[in-house]
Design a protein around this ligand. Structure first.
Ligand code: CTP
Ligand code: CA
Length: 227
């Protein structure tokens, strides 16, 4: 019932959200991934929909149900997430990049399951860097039809310093920072918003409450961003 009474601050807006981890295959049965339950990204998608937006959610593997009224596209790898974001991004008013995207993928994944050897030989994995989805979209943000960009950063230390630096490096107007071990898999979190004026700490709350506060903050800022 509370959902129905959320202010419709994003009425008529289109918003694209990424969520969850990505999964980078080593072979057909194994891979590497990041810690992320997807809860925050799904809460952002839900809060945006409650606020009246048309929401596309591009999600890595999670165990979560699709929020009501949200269009969900499932992906596994960072490259797949990049491809789907690039397909969907033009014409969006807002892009919120919550996904924990793997920075590297296995350069030489095996097409068949690798078998354990008797002599203890281990696989010699080589990595290559994945494309940076948010940075790619942010580079286009001044072009017609490209969205206002919001990033997330999970750090393990020095959040105030790293968050401010990351916002500038990515070239985005708003970045949400949090400490990894305060959020992974949990239902609540503490977040810090970084923008051109500095930072604002949002006190510990459940992720839906934080997502609603974030949507409100975004709605106040996008009036200045013409599509
Ligand atoms: N991100 C992305 N594509 C990537 C890596 C990150 O879109 N290949 C996005 C994330 O969704 C997040 C933001 O970039 O919104 C910051 O991600 P983070 O991992 O904190 O930053 P990096 O630039 O990858 O820096 P590092 O991991 O070295 O701290
Ligand atoms: Ca990263």
């Amino acid at each position: 019932l509370v959902a129905a009474f959320q202010p419709k601050v994003l009425a008529g807006k289109r918003i694209l959200v990424t969520a969850g981890p990505t999964f980078e295959a080593i072979d057909p049965v194994r891979g590497i991934t990041n810690l992320s339950s997807g809860k925050m990204g799904y809460a952002v998608a839900r809060a945006a929909r409650e606020a009246g937006a048309e929401v596309v959610l591009i999600s890595g593997p999670t165990a979560l149900p699709t929020p009501f009224g949200v269009q969900r596209i499932n992906v596994q790898s960072a490259q797949q997430m990049y491809d789907e974001v690039m397909r969907a991004v033009h014409g969006q008013h807002v892009f919120v990049s919550v996904a924990a995207v793997a920075d590297w993928r296995v350069a030489n994944p095996s097409t068949q399951k690798m078998k354990k050897t008797g002599d203890g030989t281990v696989p010699d994995l080589k990595f290559e860097q994945n494309p940076d989805i948010l940075a790619t979209v942010a580079q286009r943000t001044s072009l017609a039809g490209y969205p206002y960009c919001v990033g997330f950063a999970a750090e393990s230390e020095n959040l105030l310093e790293y968050g401010a630096a990351k916002r500038e490096k990515k070239g985005i107007p708003l970045l949400v920072g949090n400490i990894g071990h305060h959020t992974f898999g949990q239902d609540d979190n503490t977040i810090i918003l970084f923008d051109e004026n500095g930072h604002t700490i949002l006190p510990r709350a459940d992720k839906l409450t934080l997502a609603r506060a974030l949507i409100s903050e975004i709605s106040k800022r996008i009036d200045k961003h013409s599509l």
